[in-house]
Design a protein. Sequence first.
Length: 216
Amino acid sequence: MRIRPISPDLLVTELTGRLAAAATHAAGPARLRVAVDGAPAAGADELAAALVDPLRAQGRPVLHVRATDFLRPASLRFELGRTNPDSFYEAWVDEAGLRREVLDPAGPGGSGRVLPSLWDADADRASRARYVDLAPGGVVLVSGPLLLGGGLPFDVTVHLELSPAALRRRTEPDQQWALPAFDRYAEEVVPASFADVVVRADDPRRPALVEPGGND
């Protein structure tokens, strides 16, 4: 593999080009479903948000959906306690709801009628968001942790990879309890081995693209 350092701005530019090209080459009026996967410390939500305006400038309708807006109710998430890493890994995100309300409607033959958020975790109730019609040729960006390896139907996957040391250094103290879940994800799923785009994000000011060929 070849590791190519890149500036944050150029990373956004290159990803925009790749996604716009993928949307253009999709068959018929398909919409593109993109995962931007990474631990909170890697900045997946921030990267997805940074892609919205450049993609719109390319003429693409865009919707950014955060996995944290598709959490399961607190009674299910916290059944084994509020800081249980196995629950975080296995039971926090409502994958069925994300598939039903976002990925299937945005997929082949789908209506394009997408729900931007399902659950307000702070209030622990339905978010009461309104459906959004994503036009044909549009792009839905789904960002958050632990998105890959569970069979969710994404067309393009971007994984932000952190070394174990960087993950621990950059994770907020009150979130350190979740680190075993990310260790488990790296070991069991190995998202960097199959994601379409892998970005090494140890230093947010100096990301690097992992590309086939060459040497580390």
